[in-house]
Design a protein around this ligand. Structure first.
Ligand SMILES: NC(=O)c1ccc[n+]([C@@H]2O[C@H](COP(=O)([O-])OP(=O)(O)OC[C@H]3O[C@@H](n4cnc5c(N)ncnc54)[C@H](OP(=O)(O)O)[C@@H]3O)[C@@H](O)[C@H]2O)c1
Length: 215
């Protein structure tokens, strides 16, 4: 049976443990070459051994833009493109309202929101035409959990990013560009012009495109 990801290049951030490691293993089983990231080299080494010869570890901190650049530079040098980007690295710790510190806020938002945003944005030039971008969200984005308001807010941001980015990125593949349409009038059988133009104008085109993107 053919494998679903044969020949594909996948990047999994936070791929040395938990959900990221499980996903990286599955991607490799399906034939992908997998790049995993994480901060701890020892964990990355163990993960590569568990995933197999299709895996390469690139150490880096998801919250640091310079690390993201370095990781993509290595992916570019070794594989040249990304077909599947799984932005999964995430951080949580308890933070009860009344005791939330600047450090807690910054660490959580810098990893889960800032880091995720730039992991996607900086990957754009590397993404192949039909690439998949997957973000790890959480049910925490839409429910209240005591002492986790900051983490939950980061996951709400991730959900919000996804909803807007599908619109931003929709034009990358086969979606028609927004350009001025020349309106033609198809003739009736008796040679007279139809009252309504056949081609749709620019605004209607954009509205239909946005409606399709939001489905
Ligand atoms: N577990 C759950 O129940 C659950 C539920 C919903 C959503 N999630 C989300 O799922 C994702 C993965 O969670 P998990 O439970 O699988 O976590 P995990 O078992 O703790 O694994 C986290 C992975 O991310 C890496 N990581 C953490 N912070 C990083 C950073 N700043 N830079 C680079 N790598 C980093 C870790 O490696 P290093 O520590 O070596 O960097 C590790 O590889 C997170 O986004 C989390 O919010 C988890």
């Amino acid at each position: 049976m053919s494998k679903k990801l044969e020949g594909k290049i996948a990047v999994v951030t936070g791929g040395s443990a938990g959900i990221g490691l499980g996903t990286a293993k599955r991607f490799a089983e399906e034939g992908a070459r997998v790049f995993i990231t994480g901060r701890r080299q020892a964990e990355l080494d163990k993960a590569v051994a568990a995933i197999g010869s299709n895996a390469t570890a690139i150490p880096g901190d998801a919250s640091k833009l310079a690390d993201i650049d370095r990781i993509y530079a290595k992916v570019t040098a070794l594989a040249g493109r990304i077909d599947v980007l799984f932005v999964n690295a995430g951080f949580y710790e308890v933070g009860t309202l009344g005791e939330i510190t600047e450090e807690h806020f910054d660490k959580t938002f810098n990893t889960n929101v800032r880091g995720l945003l730039f992991a996607v944005q900086k990957a754009l030039p590397l993404l192949s035409k039909d690439a998949s971008v997957i973000l790890t969200g959480s049910i925490a984005s839409s429910i209240g959990i005591p002492s986790f308001s900051v983490y939950n807010a980061t996951k709400a941001a991730v959900r919000s990013f996804a909803r807007s980015w599908i619109l931003d990125l929709k034009g990358r593949g086969g979606i028609p560009r927004l350009r001025r349409q020349r309106v033609r009038h198809r003739r009736r059988a008796d040679g007279r012009r139809r009252r309504r133009p056949v081609l749709i104008g620019r605004a209607a085109f954009r509205d239909r495109w946005l409606a399709e993107a939001a489905e």
